[in-house]
Design a protein around this ligand. Sequence first.
Ligand code: BTN
Length: 326
Amino acid sequence: MRTAILELLKQNSGQYISGEEISQALHVSRTAVWKHIQALKLAGYEIEAHTRLGYALRQSTDRLLPEEIKVHLTSVVLGQEIHYFSEIGSTNNEAKKLATNGCPEGTIVVAEAQITGRGRLARGWFSPPGKGIWLSVVLRPPFSPMDAAKCTLMAAVGVNRAINSVTGTGCGIKWPNDILWQGRKVVGILTEMSAEMDAINYVVIGMGINVNIDQQDFPSEIAATATSLAVAAGRRISRVKLLTAILAELESTYNTVKASGFAPVLADWRQQSITLGQQVDVRGVERHFTGLAVDIDADGALLIKTPNGIERVLAGDVSIRPAGMF
Ligand code: BTN
């Protein structure tokens, strides 16, 4: 109902619409309309109320509120259930809790800020309020647990496609699933899974998207390696439009995998990759070596040509060596 009222206010583009008109259009009492308007105001919408004229929307909020997301949502499974927090420890932790308690596939957790945002390899994730998309999506894929690593590549393909269509920035994927613009990271993806021997219970795909962070606001440890989409595009990006585009592209990529397997998505990954064809540095738990990234195999492992032959990397930190280092 709240979304419907918001829609009516938006359609009226700043003009007054009476409580009576809203209540007739949506078949609810005027008291209920009043209560929803109060809730929308509390959520951050600037709505003017006039005793005779009714209500007028002065300013939409830039928050990732469920009501805002639903206005733009085109995906039919992802984002149907939305858990919104103005602040949370980690959206991935919350999504795992919800998934364990049986939430439906496609449930999303989104927060304006994370206090203890988590990155890959036990690192933290900088998640300041209102400037990024800190999002986790619960999937229940009918795949073998062996295929889980490929879910990460699938997510990167969907997210990168959405980012490039919304921002036109020409971002690319660094193996396995970082999204970079001009060598700097704009998105990190943390995929976590719960599985039995032969079946996946759930996969949580956690995405950290640096949307409207000013370059000078990154902490010094990552200032040289991170940037945001707003810096890349030279303009502010609508977080709601980007988030709903991501859900739509992720859903379509996921549907492709369910219908045709991973091959088409791996082919897309190769096309969007900025790692293939580059000299890379690999830091695993036990080994450290360099070589030429030549391909990914059917499992999504990175294949690296070294003087000792082809090395296969399934996990670890891969960095692209700047030209001229060999
Ligand atoms: C990486 O290290 O590159 C992965 C970063 C993933 C960050 C996202 S933000 C939303 C979700 N919740 C978390 O705690 N982490 C992921």
